[in-house]
Design a protein around this ligand. Structure first.
Ligand code: HAM
Length: 424
């Protein structure tokens, strides 16, 4: 342990960040449920094979970024770098194929050993939506429309949509051969990464961010011109549906995505506000993935958004947590015991009551300071004398008014008024 810092590329979600995340998750879950997506949670780690078989042997994620280890039972497991493979595995493991089509929504942490920078972490959070058993392109369009609705619900504008079609595995194979020929002819101009990719996954050269490679890439044969007929028709229909629904997009023939399981539709929502980490939400069709894992052929499409990137864009809008209605201050040992029992009884009786009990003793003065700082409407003071008399002293903290000893019935009535007033 180098120091008491979180491990590189990880971060704590302190309450304010947590509230921002929770708000986005709530709105996204609500939006997804309006489209018939049901919540699902898969394990944070899976057998390594689940990812190895699906994400691509030569993908950056599998070759460089997975947190893989052998557990005490000798099993090779991996912290999930993304959510789609786990959802496909869950479909098969739970025999859900007979209930297709299915729509799932998930949220949770993902792990990639990347070089951390703003918007790029080793533990990050994704929200994802997967529609399984749909051949599209109607569902492709609907998933994109759902994400656009989510941006509106979050008050987010300025995201750009880029689309491409990767065709089927067979048409991509033919295109791959053209690319190998083209880049092979220009081998001397390829950077080190691209030279490596030429042998393994030449499509990923198109994804290079190296400015010196851009002219060469611009001259490469375009995937769009080499789509098989069915994929071209699928893509044309998707585009027409998006246009009919008024969604702006740009076709980016260089958009290939970093995971190997995609076929046909791929898309990304991009922002100019986060520097190099421009992709806020990415996804596409993965018609072969379930079969690759040993299931039946299952056409499917989905997307996932990066919470840290999205939350950065909707910075300002997490409402503060509601203040407590009351802050209960016990004075002395006997009162402390009685106070906790009283607090529980009040919570039982008044389901919505937000009540903070002063724990840790100290003087009345410092307890009252804390009561005030909590934002509570009322301080409830319980000393030895009050215990004997069967009352609690109620002191208004936010407005003028005398403090008053109240018996249990009157106290409940006063708290009920306070709850109602705060609700209004
Ligand atoms: P992905 O493009 O690898 O796709 O990740 C989706 C989103 O997660 C990205 O657009 C980005 O916002 C966020 N993200 C990725 N890596 C990081 C990181 N290191 N730090 C912070 N945010 C990050 C997938 O994961 C696919 N499973 C998406 C999908 C679902 N395709 C079909 N269904």
């Amino acid at each position: 342990m180098a120091s008491l810092q979180p491990a590189r590329g990880t971060h704590d979600l302190l309450p304010e960040d947590f509230r921002r995340h929770a708000r986005v998750i709530d709105i996204a879950r609500e939006t997804a449920s309006l489209y018939g997506f049901a919540p699902i949670a898969t394990p944070i780690f899976e057998f390594t094979e689940v990812f190895q078989r699906t994400l691509g042997d030569t993908s950056d994620i599998v070759t460089k970024e997975m947190y893989t280890f052998t557990d005490k039972g000798g099993e090779q497991v991996t912290l999930r770098p993304e959510g789609t493979a786990g959802v496909a595995r869950a479909l098969i493991s739970n025999g859900l194929s007979q209930h297709l089509p299915l729509k799932y929504f998930y949220a949770g942490p993902m792990f990639r050993y990347e070089r951390p920078q703003k918007g790029r972490y080793r533990q990050f959070h994704q929200l994802g939506a997967e529609a399984l058993g749909y051949a599209g392109p109607d569902v492709d369009a609907e998933l994109i429309l759902m994400s656009a609705r989510l941006w509106r619900a979050l008050g987010l504008d300025g995201l750009r949509l880029e689309l491409n079609s990767l065709g089927t595995a067979a048409s991509r194979q033919a295109y791959r051969a053209l690319l190998v020929e083209y880049f092979g002819d220009h081998r001397a101009s390829l950077d080190e990464d691209s030279q490596r990719r030429l042998g393994q996954n030449p499509l990923r050269i198109l994804d290079s961010k190296n400015p010196e490679m851009q002219a060469l890439i611009a001259g490469a044969p375009s995937l769009t011109d080499h789509l098989d007929e069915e994929s071209a028709a699928h893509f044309a229909q998707l585009r027409a549906t998006l246009e009919a629904a008024g969604v702006d997009y740009r076709v980016n023939p260089r958009l290939v995505r970093g995971l190997d399981y995609y076929s046909r539709t791929v898309f990304e929502w991009l922002t100019d506000r986060l520097g190099a980490q421009a992709a806020v939400c990415s996804g596409g069709r993965y018609d072969g993935l379930v079969e690759q894992l040993g299931g039946r052929p299952t056409p499917a499409i989905g997307w996932a958004l990066g919470m840290e990137r999205l939350v950065e864009l909707v910075q300002d809008s997490a409402p503060p947590p509601p203040a407590p209605h009351a802050y209960l201050v016990p004075l002395g040992g006997a009162a402390e015991q009685a106070a906790l029992a009283l607090a529980e009884a009040l919570r039982d009786e008044l389901g919505e009551l937000r009540l903070v009990t002063h724990c840790g003793g100290g003087s009345l003065k410092s307890a009252m300071k804390k009561a005030d700082r909590s934002g509570a409407e009322l301080a409830l003071i319980l000393g030895e004398e009050e215990l004997r008399q069967g009352v609690v002293v109620v002191k208004p903290l936010r407005r003028e008014g005398e403090q008053q000893g109240m018996e249990r019935g009157a106290l409940v009535g006063r708290l009920r008024e306070c709850i109602q007033a705060r609700r209004a």
